[in-house]
Design a protein around this ligand. Structure first.
Ligand code: GTR
Length: 421
């Protein structure tokens, strides 16, 4: 009798059928803590946005320390005008964002040679080292920790033979042809993605207690560190004359889509925010309990999930989603009034495609208060149809991934909101 009960306790209650989604009530992003209703941009910007921001910070990602007083050191390791058959200039930077006593990251940048003025830029992290994003033989191999999938057998060092191993996810050439620059950094340069990874990343380097830090509830976690890294990339891009950092799109897939949304929320220099299949902890509504849940992702069930991604409080909402004082629409609304794009994939039920769409739908009132049409539809579109105005959405046929169809939609949207030509 005991055994089935024990088993039940370890099986996370997730839902994969729409008919099983429980009734839920979403908090209203336009009602202030004191009950006031937001009807103008001023009240949003001065009162409600800071409250919504704090709710996301306290309950999900934790507080990012202010590092603006620290002096970055930027060096160019390599540069060539001959990338992609002479279509682009490749620059590889080595950056010490908190000074040379701290760790560094390697940023790969492609800028179209045909550009007549500084090019708008797509800014995103990659999963497996810069050299996995392209077949380009000149791109350096990461020196920081990589996961098994990208490592030389029996080590945590990046495997040089996996050059181009993620190239299908990186449409550099498509973007170059359309006039866009692209910058990427391996996310493990900021923080290796495992529970102890922070000790060798920027969180330890920035903390006064270094690798001995005892993280408290409310302090930042790995997603916060990756989001911070995206802003440090933008700092460097602001100083590159061939790039127009005022037209910068921050993007990310999956866990890096969560980081992209949080970066866009914290750093309003990003002109356009893109979430690709970011799911739970990203664009998908938690209160639907569909696919991946708060409990699963935050490590509530032993041996599963990613407790190092979130601040401690997030886990306390496991199986108590109804008590969450926010939901994904709060995170998405922090992009407003800037252009935002949310993309799903039809077979990616773990990330809850409908929940991602509804996250965007429920961010719309904030866009509208700020004088933007937002998504401007509540109707779930068929696959491969891009909808929306200031907020875009599509559901691509196929699996959890970021592919050419996604990039075409991002570039089409960018042509409207941060045009290259
Ligand atoms: C999964 C995780 C998702 C998503 C994904 C990814 O294992 O459950 O939330 O982040 O990893 O990043 O590929």
């Amino acid at each position: 009798m005991l055994l089935p009960l024990l088993l039940l306790a370890t099986i996370p209650p997730t839902i994969s059928e729409e008919s099983k989604v429980p009734p839920y009530t979403l908090p209203d992003p336009l009602v202030c803590a004191d009950g006031r209703k937001v009807t103008d941009a001023k009240t949003w910007n001065e009162v409600r946005r800071p409250e919504v921001f704090r709710l996301v910070e306290e309950n999900m990602f934790g507080r990012t320390p202010d590092t603006s007083k620290l002096q970055a050191v930027v060096e160019i390791r390599e540069q060539s005008k001959d990338a992609f058959g002479g279509k682009a200039t490749r620059t590889q930077f080595k950056v010490w964002p908190i000074g040379k006593k701290g760790p560094s990251f390697d940023m790969l940048l492609y800028v179209p040679n045909a550009a007549k003025r500084p090019a708008p830029v797509f800014v995103g992290l990659n999963f497996g080292s810069n050299h996995t994003t392209t077949e380009d033989p000149a791109v350096f191999v990461a020196t920081s920790w990589v996961s098994k999938q990208w490592a030389l057998k029996g080590t945590t060092q990046a495997d040089p033979a996996l050059r181009g191993g993620q190239a299908r996810r990186w449409e550099f050439e498509t973007l170059i042809d359309r006039g866009y620059a692209s910058a990427t950094v391996y996310y493990g340069d900021f923080e290796p993605d495992h529970p102890e990874g922070w000790k060798n990343g920027f969180r330890a380097a920035i903390s006064p207690d270094g690798a001995n830090t005892q993280w408290k509830d409310g302090e930042w976690a790995a997603i916060g560190c990756w989001a911070w890294g995206l802003s440090r990339m933008l700092d460097v891009l602001e100083k590159v004359p061939s790039v127009d950092a005022k037209r910068a799109a921050v993007h990310g897939h999956s866990r890096l889509g969560k980081a992209s949304l949080w970066a866009g929320a914290q750093d309003q220099r990003f002109a356009f925010v893109i979430s690709n299949n970011s799911g739970c902890g990203g664009a998908a509504l938690n209160k639907r309990i569909f696919g991946e849940t708060v409990g699963v992702i935050s490590g509530h069930y032993k041996g599963r999930g990613f407790p190092h991604w979130f601040t401690a409080r997030f886990e306390t909402f496991s199986e108590k989603e109804d008590q969450l004082p926010l939901d994904a629409h709060y995170l998405l609304a922090l992009a407003a009034p800037r252009p935002l794009y949310v993309a799903s994939a039809s077979e990616d039920s773990w990330a809850d495609p409908l929940g991602e769409f509804l996250g965007a739908v429920h961010a719309d009132p904030v866009y509208q208060v700020l004088g933007q049409p937002g998504l401007a539809t509540k109707e779930y579109p068929p696959v491969s149809k891009s909808v929306g105005q200031t907020v875009g959405y599509h559901i691509r046929p196929g699996a959890h991934d970021i592919l050419l169809e996604d990039w075409k939609n991002y570039a089409d949207f960018a042509d409207r909101v941060m045009p290259a030509k």
